[in-house]
Design a protein around this ligand. Structure first.
Ligand SMILES: [Zn+2]
Length: 190
């Protein structure tokens, strides 16, 4: 089995011996230089032919990605959630329905900078894992800030069904029947 490996640059140290399937007979890799050593070592020990590709800087990137995905039987994709070569390869692999082992950077390792307006960009990998929520509740908890996707749970008690969507202070929120009942007891106009 021929395996193609692509990785985002954020992954610092990967033990590819654990990721590459045992029945691998050839490896094409498009990973940053600092990750290459682990793959070369695996290939040496197992006497597998290993070929490195520079997809990022190739003259015809789209065609190289196509070739990269089509030549292999299985792909290993390590993606950090940002727009990069790993994402482009992943999108093409999905399109041609290539079998993929997909690994994301642990969400704990993300460091994001607030912009001048206090805005934060949530990495795509996190949004994808949470099923692309459109809204979050924000809670200050001691020195931590807790972001919770809003939409599948009540904003007050965080429980699920049955939920009602309503607009409060021009914001769309989800609220469960029991919390709505409790609020209406205090304020019947809600
Ligand atoms: Zn509730």
């Amino acid at each position: 089995m021929k395996v193609a490996i692509v990785s985002s640059a954020s992954f610092q140290k990967i033990n590819f011996a654990k990721l590459i399937p045992d029945n691998t007979t050839g490896i094409f890799s498009a990973v940053p230089a600092h990750l290459m050593e682990s793959i070369v070592q695996y290939a040496d020990v197992n006497r597998i032919c290993c070929e490195s590709r520079d997809l990022e800087n190739s003259a015809d990137k789209a065609r190289e990605i196509e070739r990269f995905c089509k030549e292999c039987d299985h792909m290993i994709i390590l993606w950090d959630g940002r727009p990069d070569i790993a994402k482009e390869v992943m999108e093409y692999a999905e399109k041609i329905k290539k079998p993929v082992s997909f690994f994301e950077l642990d969400s704990l390792l993300y460091t994001e900078q607030l912009d001048d307006f206090g805005r934060l960009t949530l990495p795509a990998a996190i949004r994808q894992r949470l099923d692309y929520p459109q809204a979050f509740s924000v809670q200050a908890d001691g020195s931590r800030m807790i972001l919770r996707p809003v939409g599948h749970q009540c904003v007050f008690c965080e429980k699920g069904e049955p939920l009602r969507h309503m607009v409060l202070h021009q914001k769309s929120i989800c609220i469960c029947e029991s919390c709505l009942g409790a609020i209406r007891e205090i304020s019947p106009n809600v």
